[in-house]
Write a protein that binds this ligand. Structure first.
Ligand code: SF4
Length: 414
């Protein structure tokens, strides 16, 4: 099979893996030799209607797999056309595309062939060859197989900027149902090993600048949403636990999409894409705004509202806590005001040390006034009581479809 054909199959098979953001790695450049660079803020992402993160060469080593995860287009029982790269072919493609300025790095995943160790060896060989033989300084994200030998994971972390292991589904029961060969304890065990090595490497680096790095941009994972009836509360519980226990950089949520010849255990339609969007918003609130899962959902309402964002929903359910005086309130209270982001909250805290904030100040800071005004007090503004159907709430947010409805959308791998 021609390289072009393999590329077409294996890039297509990889594009639905959401865990591909590339920010947060160490700054490196090749002015003193070598090839490629990263920036401290990560590389740019481009999102297209039929894929994600196009600035990385995002491919699978192979779309053959000995596992049979029912939600996956590459499962062993799937009737798709198969292809397989050799490590050398992946290295050549990465270098070619990099030199042509098509990409800024590599995102490499793989179906499992022969065994977890064999597959992981192939993936590691690509990264090692790029780094050692070609002095490649660009970004590398490797998908890790939880069952692989610890020494292979150790080596992967040595060459990669980021490692990820997909947790795939939010609960053990979901995995038993749709991916019985996978095991949540095993996945989390591998995450623990990676998390500990990342922490250890950071300590070593502080003590000795020449110490080897280990996955300096951390680890991430992906969860598929809507393949089972599991509610947002359980999904966010899992995410929250992963952040706390494994210091994950990101949990990515990927809305389930029907696949050809699908099992009868899978739903016939995808969940609304706005659900994925709400989960990302809630995830942000958990990580940066001090919210807890129990504040965003309840046992009686375990799913996030789809019509309004979770922060606004929380505020409308806690009207007695508003309006907030932005000239006096502590940071944690300001962070709960709908429309106020972390950056604006920090600017408010800075400005109000020497100046009493008025509406014109907020406008100058380009705040979303329509959203913020019902919830705040300034020197020249006190809102009336917050009506249930404020203009902000009445606004119905609709997320654009990522995929045309009549196109089958295969799912993540690894
Ligand atoms: S999700 Fe990964 S392990 Fe499961 S069938 Fe797909 S490629 Fe194989």
């Amino acid at each position: 099979m021609q390289i072009r054909d393999k590329l077409s199959i294996l890039a297509d098979a990889a594009k639905y893996d959401a865990s591909c953001a590339s920010s947060g790695t160490n700054k490196r450049d090749s002015r003193a030799g070598g090839l490629g660079s990263t920036t401290g803020m990560g590389i740019c992402h481009s999102y297209t209607p039929d894929g994600r993160c196009v600035s990385l060469l995002k491919i699978l080593m192979t779309n053959s797999c000995i596992y049979n995860c029912l939600y996956c287009i590459n499962r062993s029982s799937s009737n798709v056309r198969r292809a397989r790269f050799t490590p050398e072919e992946v290295v050549d493609l990465t270098l070619d595309f990099y030199r042509r300025n098509y990409i800024e790095g590599l995102f490499l995943s793989s179906g499992i062939v022969r065994s977890s160790n064999h597959t992981m060896e192939q993936v590691v060989r690509v990264a090692k060859t790029l780094r050692v033989d070609h002095q490649f300084r660009g970004y590398i994200h490797l998908k890790t197989i939880p069952e692989a030998a610890p020494e292979l994971i150790e080596e992967a972390g040595r060459w990669a900027d980021r490692l990820s292991i997909n947790v795939e589904l939010p609960t053990p029961a979901d995995l038993d149902q749709l991916a019985p060969e996978k095991n949540l304890d095993r996945i989390r065990g591998a995450m623990t090993v990676i998390g500990k090595r990342i922490t250890q490497a950071k300590i070593e680096k502080r003590e000795n600048r020449k110490a080897s790095a280990f996955s300096p941009a951390g680890q991430s994972t992906q969860m598929i949403v809507g393949a089972t009836p599991t509610a947002d509360r359980a999904i966010l519980d899992q995410a929250s636990s992963l952040y706390q226990n494994h210091q994950l950089k990101r949990v990515y949520y990927s809305a389930f999409s029907p696949i050809p010849d699908a099992s009868s255990q899978l739903p016939l339609i995808s969940p609304p894409l706005v659900r994925e969007h709400r989960l990302y918003q809630a995830d942000w609130l958990l990580r940066f705004y001090g919210f807890k899962v129990t504040e965003l959902t309840t046992p009686d309402s375990p799913n996030l509202p789809l019509d309004i964002d979770p922060k606004l929903a929380w505020a409308l359910n806690h009207r007695d806590e508003f309006p907030t005086d932005i000239n006096r309130a502590p940071r944690e209270t300001l962070l709960r005001v709908p429309g106020l982001g972390v950056r604006n909250v920090d600017r408010i805290l800075q400005i109000r040390r020497w100046h009493t904030l008025r509406l014109t100040d907020l406008m100058r800071m380009r705040m979303p006034m329509k959203k913020v005004l019902p919830f705040i007090i300034t020197a020249d503004h006190t809102p009336h009581r917050i009506e249930k159907h404020t203009a902000v709430m009445a606004r119905s947010e609709k997320q654009m479809e990522l995929f045309a409805p009549d196109v089958f959308t295969p799912l993540a791998v690894g």
